[in-house]
Ligand binder design. Structure first.
Ligand SMILES: [Mn+2]
Length: 195
């Protein structure tokens, strides 16, 4: 089974950890890796509280079907300001990756070619289009990056020749340092499949 290396990094707009409305979760179990990245609308203390509420819900339910988790989170966040999120599950043995996304979390696979997952529209907790599962396949050496809209999505690889090199922690730190827009909380999850 290919080894994996992963890292979650988040940085609040205000600099205080308990004012970050972005959060991530990773769980490795039974030959699978569950990943989720959540961006609660806005930022500050209230966004942080909803981020923790979301994280706890997902942590409790991370072994369930991804569409069911998304629908459950939508119900759980009713009456809050809402969030966007992408949830993924990777089969570590064969590289099969399933993703369910609502709203503008960016999910990219850097491989021999670069691929995007297209999320569905909506705000979790307010109004969503029916969650849909998308499937990709990872091969050894591929790098999966989930990022919130606090980070620039478009960049020219030629300007950042070392961005996708090194450990997951190094890559996540570079994304945060080089691509931070500076106007919102920012977060990313980096997973290297096969080292
Ligand atoms: Mn945001």
């Amino acid at each position: 089974m290919p080894e994996i290396d992963y890292y979650i990094l988040k940085r609040s707009l205000t600099g205080w950890e308990d004012e970050c409305g972005d959060t991530g979760i990773i769980r490795v179990y039974d030959g699978q890796c569950f990943l989720g990245l959540i961006d609660v609308l806005g930022h500050g203390k209230e966004a942080y509280d909803i981020a923790i509420l979301s994280e706890n819900y997902i942590a409790e339910n991370h072994r369930c079907n991804l569409v069911d988790i998304m629908n459950g989170l939508h119900a759980h966040l009713k009456g809050t300001r809402g969030a966007v999120a992408t949830l993924c599950r990777l089969n570590l043995a064969n590289g099969e990756l399933n993703c369910v996304g609502i709203g503008n979390i960016s999910t990219r696979l850097f491989s021999t070619k670069s691929l995007h997952i297209i999320p569905r529209d909506g705000i979790i907790g307010y109004m969503i289009t029916a969650p849909k599962q998308e499937q990709l396949k990872l091969y050894s050496g591929d790098i999966l990056v989930l990022s919130s809209d606090g980070l620039r999505e478009n960049f020219d690889c030629e300007n950042y020749p070392n961005l996708l090199k090194g450990s997951a922690k190094k890559i996540a730190t570079d994304f945060m340092d080089f691509l931070n827009k500076g106007n919102d909380d920012a977060s990313c999850i980096v997973l290297r499949y096969g080292i």
